[in-house]
Every structure is written in structure tokens, then in C-alpha cells.
Design a protein around this ligand. Structure first.
Ligand SMILES: NC(=O)c1ccc[n+]([C@@H]2O[C@H](COP(=O)([O-])OP(=O)(O)OC[C@H]3O[C@@H](n4cnc5c(N)ncnc54)[C@H](OP(=O)(O)O)[C@@H]3O)[C@@H](O)[C@H]2O)c1
Length: 246
């Protein structure tokens, strides 16, 4: 068994199910040690058990991305276990429930979604940054969505490639993309690469399993961005087919 000091250490938020779980599977298959960030004790323990049964060196990280104390405690747990963090995948997110027409939305829905999908990413990233700075090749992957691409939802019906009316969820991903760029700007003189990824339309709880891709297919872009070479891109938005316009 490779000692912890020589293993790549990753944390995936919202890794108990869906795409996050498959990201943990994929990173584990590389021989990495994977922290399973999840807020529910039972769901987290179940995921860790399944991952370990599949040969992944998984460990549980209690983490509610909306809670400052939880993010701080998660960083302390990883510091105690590994002393550093190499890869952070900010995957946890919610839709806030549909429908979300702008003309009828309850502003509370927008606050809740932004708290998880945007502020949650900032909270966890900032809690983990001191550990990431100790890595030789730190990577941050923000799971976004092409429904947050302003370019893809603008123009005539013929020009648009996404037209999801969801005034909390879709703009939360636009906001997350902008936040990703802000981090890339501030960290441009460091070795930290930070990018956003879109998994495509994946069959998970998030969309009532209406997606057309498997969670494993959705996880592929995160694994690619988690394993970028040192001269790889930063401050970009990718899907399997290449760059997504902001
Ligand atoms: N599915 C798609 O078609 C699709 C498309 C584009 C982008 N995405 C993005 O891909 C990512 C994964 O989505 P998914 O489809 O796999 O969704 P999912 O199956 O609903 O899983 C979401 C995960 O996030 C966790 N989570 C939610 N709020 C949390 C919180 N406050 N603290 C910690 N964990 C929390 C959930 O934990 P619980 O089990 O405790 O709720 C769950 O583990 C998300 O960022 C999503 O926006 C998905």
C-alpha cells in the first residue's frame, strides 16, 4: 500500500450519490485517496462502504457546504489525516425545486440555492485553500452547468442551445462560473488550476432521473479537470466536447 504522504488526496463534495459518487469512483480508480464529503451520516457511511468494497481508498468527511463550522471541521479532518489536499471537487448542489419562473419565484428559493451552489463553493474552497497550497499540483474543479452559460441561453430560439427557465438554479451556475474566474484571476501567480465543468444532462435525483447520460459519463469531465497537467488551463469552462462559452 502506497503511504498517505505519496498518494494524491482528493475531496469531493456531495459524493454520497449521483455524479459526485462516480467522481469518487473515478478518482479512486487512479489509486487516489478520496474524501467523501457528505452531510448525512448514514448516506456518507453507505457511500464510503460501497467505494471501499470496490477497492477505493475512501474516507468519510462530514460536510454541509452551507455551514462554516462544518467546512472548518472538514479541513481539520483532512489536515489530520493527510496534512494537505491535492484536489478539491466542488460538486454538491441543489436545484431548489421546480418550477422556477422568474415572475413567480419565491426570493427565498434563490437565497437557498445561491447559499449552496455559490457561497457553499466559496466557503469550502477557502476552508481548503491552506491545505491545497501545500500540494505540488493543486486542482479545483467546480461542477457547473451549461444552463448557466449566458451565451448558450441568449438569442433567438434557433440560436439558443439551452433555454431552461429556472431563475434560481441556472443563474446560480452563471454566478459560480464568474466566481471560478475570480479565483483564477487571484490565483494566477500560483500553481493552483481552477476550472468549471459541465457533466451534460445526467440521470440523477437532481432532475428526477430524466437526464440522458449516466453518472459515470457525467463524472468524466471532473476527472479530466482534476488530473490536468501543471501547464493545463485555468479559469475556463469545459464539457466533454471542449470549451463551453461563458
Ligand atoms: N444531473 C445533471 O444533469 C447535471 C447537469 C449539469 C450540472 N450538474 C451538476 O452536477 C453536480 C452533481 O449533481 P447530481 O446530478 O449528481 O445531483 P444529485 O444526485 O442531486 O447529488 C447532489 C449531491 O449534493 C449534495 N448536497 C446538496 N446540498 C448539500 C449541502 N448543503 N452540503 C453537502 N452536500 C450537499 C447531495 O447530498 P444529499 O444526498 O445529502 O442531498 C448530493 O450528494 C451538481 O453541481 C449539479 O448542479 C448536474
Amino acid at each position: 500500500m502506497v503511504p498517505m504522504s505519496e498518494r494524491t488526496i482528493a475531496l469531493v463534495t456531495g459524493a454520497n450519490k449521483g455524479i459526485g459518487y462516480e467522481i469518487a469512483v473515478g478518482l479512486g480508480a487512479l489509486g487516489w485517496s478520496v474524501g467523501v464529503g457528505a452531510r448525512d451520516d448514514e448516506r456518507r457511511a453507505g457511500a464510503v462502504e460501497r467505494l471501499r468494497a470496490g477497492g477505493v481508498d475512501a474516507f468519510g468527511v462530514p460536510l454541509d457546504v452551507t455551514d462554516d463550522a462544518s467546512a472548518t471541521a472538514a479541513a481539520r479532518l483532512i489536515e489530520g489525516k493527510a496534512g494537505r489536499l491535492d484536489v478539491l471537487v466542488n460538486n454538491a448542489a441543489i436545484t431548489g425545486g421546480m418550477p422556477q419562473e422568474p415572475t413567480r419565484v419565491d426570493p427565498a428559493t434563490i437565497r437557498t440555492v445561491v447559499e449552496t451552489n455559490v457561497i457553499g463553493v466559496i466557503r469550502v474552497t477557502n476552508a481548503m485553500l491552506p491545505l491545497l497550497r501545500r500540494s505540488a499540483s493543486p486542482r479545483i474543479v467546480n461542477m457547473s452547468s451549461s444552463v448557466g452559460s449566458l451565451a448558450r441561453q441568449s438569442g433567438t430560439a434557433a440560436e439558443r442551445t439551452t433555454g431552461l427557465v429556472a431563475v434560481a438554479y441556472a443563474p446560480s451556475k452563471t454566478f459560480l462560473n464568474a466566481v471560478t474566474l475570480q479565483y483564477a484571476l487571484e490565483l494566477s501567480d500560483t500553481n493552483i488550476l481552477i476550472n468549471a465543468g459541465c457533466p451534460g444532462y445526467v440521470a440523477t435525483d437532481l432532475n428526477g432521473f430524466r437526464g440522458v447520460r449516466t453518472p459515470e459519463q457525467g463524472a468524466a469531465i471532473a476527472i479530466k479537470l482534476a488530473t490536468l497537467p501543471d501547464d493545463g488551463p485555468t479559469g475556463k469552462f469545459f464539457e466533454d466536447a471542449g470549451v463551453v462559452p461563458w
